[in-house]
Design a protein around this ligand. Structure first.
Ligand SMILES: *[C@@H]1O[C@H](CO)[C@@H](O)[C@H](O)[C@H]1NC(C)=O
Ligand SMILES: *[C@@H]1O[C@H](CO)[C@@H](O)[C@H](O)[C@H]1NC(C)=O
Ligand SMILES: *[C@@H]1O[C@H](CO)[C@@H](O)[C@H](O)[C@H]1NC(C)=O
Ligand SMILES: *[C@@H]1O[C@H](CO)[C@@H](O)[C@H](O)[C@H]1NC(C)=O
Ligand SMILES: *[C@@H]1O[C@H](CO)[C@@H](O)[C@H](O)[C@H]1NC(C)=O
Ligand SMILES: *[C@@H]1O[C@H](CO)[C@@H](O)[C@H](O)[C@H]1NC(C)=O
Ligand SMILES: *[C@@H]1O[C@H](CO)[C@@H](O)[C@H](O)[C@H]1NC(C)=O
Ligand SMILES: *[C@@H]1O[C@H](CO)[C@@H](O)[C@H](O)[C@H]1NC(C)=O
Length: 289
């Protein structure tokens, strides 16, 4: 499998205690290209102009297509389930717009985006609904390492937190009685566990709701394997794939944990906000599977 993807990084350092905003458009160089001003490009622009409102109108998840034959553009937009419609719309619009302005002639691209909330936008020349897509993958890792003498204990807490999350996420279903952004609540999971020395491990996982629960598990398990293979000693990892999102950190990120109570072990001082150099930063490590 080639690692034919180009990634552009936006990194906004906001006020000191605010985590780094990490976002990356992945232009899939392997999937094909289109010509400027072609019908494909026009259709992509048409979708760009309606995607955000369609996603918010449809409870945080929308898939659709515009055009016929080779000019047909398929698209998906999805927000985190706890996103306010306004924030969702803003996130989708921003992601869509940056895909269009970065992936200038690639037919296929995707972007997981956001800090306060997060969202996914994906474009393709082929129907992808229900199809597991593990590639291309865009990885990020924290520069800092877990100390060697802590790694074993750390791993056992990490495994005890993340592996059951994957089991649970793949059996989670849409809450049909909820009128809020509910469909995107399928295959979404976040959790926290206290870990000696380092404070808390915070994890956020999500799959797109169109894939099967078996494929959702597979996508996330593949990401766990990737983390263990390439970034095992690191203090945080983000793995972005078209079908699933995997991120864990030792700090509170994405506003995702505002409503989760961290269970600090009583003997530990509350974790300090990490300094900027301790955040999982934008250094990308391009390894294929
Ligand atoms: C796509 O864009 C790149 C860079 O701008 C260019 O080198 C390439 O020829 C383009 N491909 C097509 C099919 O237009
Ligand atoms: C968004 O919804 C409108 C109204 O239902 C529809 O005309 C438009 O084609 C939709 N956009 C996409 C990308 O399908
Ligand atoms: C995408 O849509 C937004 C909102 O309609 C617009 O502001 C932006 O210019 C569009 N981007 C491109 C590349 O057409
Ligand atoms: C949108 O999703 C539905 C349900 O997953 C699927 O049946 C449909 O084919 C999708 N539409 C497109 C244009 O991919
Ligand atoms: C489903 O959503 C409703 C309304 O938001 C909520 O009261 C209920 O607890 C939810 N059920 C589950 C299983 O999450
Ligand atoms: C994350 O930060 C928010 C806002 O600062 C706070 O309310 C929440 O308790 C924090 N969550 C954890 C797990 O530390
Ligand atoms: C930040 O990294 C330094 C060097 O690895 C480490 O000594 C320090 O404890 C870290 N701080 C936090 C809050 O993780
Ligand atoms: C990323 O890590 C490198 C090496 O530790 C550091 O020099 C750089 O400042 C960091 N960048 C950000 C944005 O934190």
């Amino acid at each position: 499998m080639g690692k034919k993807s180009s990634v552009s990084i936006l990194c906004f350092l906001l006020i000191s205690s605010t985590p780094i905003f990490v976002s990356a458009q992945t232009c899939n160089e392997a999937a094909g290209t289109f010509k400027p001003n072609s019908p494909y490009e026009k259709n992509r622009r048409l979708i760009n102009s309606t995607l955000a409102s369609n996603v918010t109108a449809l409870a945080g998840y929308f898939n659709g297509s515009i055009g016929v034959g080779p000019d047909r553009v398929y698209a998906l937009g999805m927000c985190a389930p706890d996103a306010e419609p306004q924030a969702c719309s803003y996130c989708i619009q921003g992601a869509s717009d940056s895909i269009l302005s970065t992936c200038l002639n690639q037919t296929d691209a995707f972007m997981w985006s956001g800090e306060e909330i997060f969202c996914l936008v994906r474009y393709s020349s082929k129907s992808f609904s229900g199809v597991l897509a593990l590639e291309p993958i865009t990885p990020f890792y924290n520069q800092n390492d877990i100390r060697e003498e802590n790694q074993k204990e750390f791993d056992s807490v990490w495994d005890g937190l993340v592996l059951p999350m994957i089991t649970r996420i793949s059996s989670s279903v849409r809450n049909s009685s909820s009128t809020s952004l509910s469909l995107s609540g399928k295959y979404y999971s976040k959790d926290v566990a206290p870990v000696p020395v380092y404070g808390n491990i915070l994890v956020l996982l999500q799959c797109t709701p169109d894939i099967s629960s078996k494929d959702c598990s597979l996508c996330l398990e593949t990401s766990v394997d990737y983390y263990k293979k390439w970034f095992h000693t690191k203090r945080g990892t983000i793995l972005l794939r078209p079908s699933c999102f995997f991120r864990w950190e030792l700090y509170n990120f994405s506003g995702a944990f505002d409503n989760i109570n961290a269970q600090h072990p009583p003997s530990l001082p509350p974790p300090k906000s990490p300094s900027v150099s301790n955040l999982t930063n934008i250094t990308k490590k391009g390894k294929s599977l």
